[in-house]
Write a protein that binds this ligand. Structure first.
Ligand SMILES: [Zn+2]
Length: 188
């Protein structure tokens, strides 16, 4: 059985047994928040449980490291849509302890591209068209630095309303303990 076929099998039963019924809600976040957080596997269930978030409560945007690299990239677009189209009133950036994006070795990752069959020709074509792998792949020196950077980009974004608080947090990836490192109420 492949990975996907086991999902498909489970899914069929899930729908047939109407297990979805307890999750029925709409697309507007009941708790009026958008969260930018990390795709880390440890946070999949832990983060919503630790924040008492249920289906329908929040818009959750995830990527590697909760990093907002581009002011006009997809993560920022998602935050703007959450605010203007879905009714989110506050933004929470939640990094976490032991994040895999801490001191990511971009050189080693490029070596892994090669080991995975990506040719030097492809890598140099990208290089020649202005893609700087170190910049493209880079994480941060600490999760706190990553969160502060993302909060700064969101807070200073020309399309973010001045009254929207943008908070920064670090979550303990084991206990779910949340530490506020930037209080967004201070900057509205
Ligand atoms: Zn992470």
């Amino acid at each position: 059985m492949t990975i996907v076929s086991s999902f498909l099998e489970f899914n069929k039963q899930f729908v047939e047994q109407k297990q979805y019924e307890e999750y029925l809600t709409d697309k507007y976040p009941d708790k009026k928040i958008a969260i930018l957080t990390c795709m880390d596997t440890r946070l999949v269930e832990l983060l919503p449980k630790a924040l008492n978030l249920r289906n329908g409560d929040a818009k959750i945007i995830k990527n590697a490291g909760a990093i907002l690299t581009q002011p006009f990239g997809s993560a920022m677009r998602s935050i703007l849509i959450a605010i203007y189209e879905m009714g989110a009133q506050e933004v929470l950036v939640i990094g976490h302890t032991n994040c895999g994006m801490t001191n990511l070795d971009t050189g080693k990752m490029v070596d892994k591209f090669r080991a995975g069959g990506i040719s030097d020709a492809v890598l140099s074509t990208l290089e020649n068209s202005g893609i700087r792998m170190e910049r493209f792949l880079r994480g941060f020196n600490s999760p706190e630095e990553g969160v502060a950077h993302s909060v700064k980009i969101i807070r200073n974004h020309p399309l973010i309303p001045a009254h929207v608080p943008v908070h920064g947090f670090i979550m303990d990836a084991e206990t779910g303990a949340l530490e506020m490192i930037i209080d967004g109420y201070e900057n509205v």
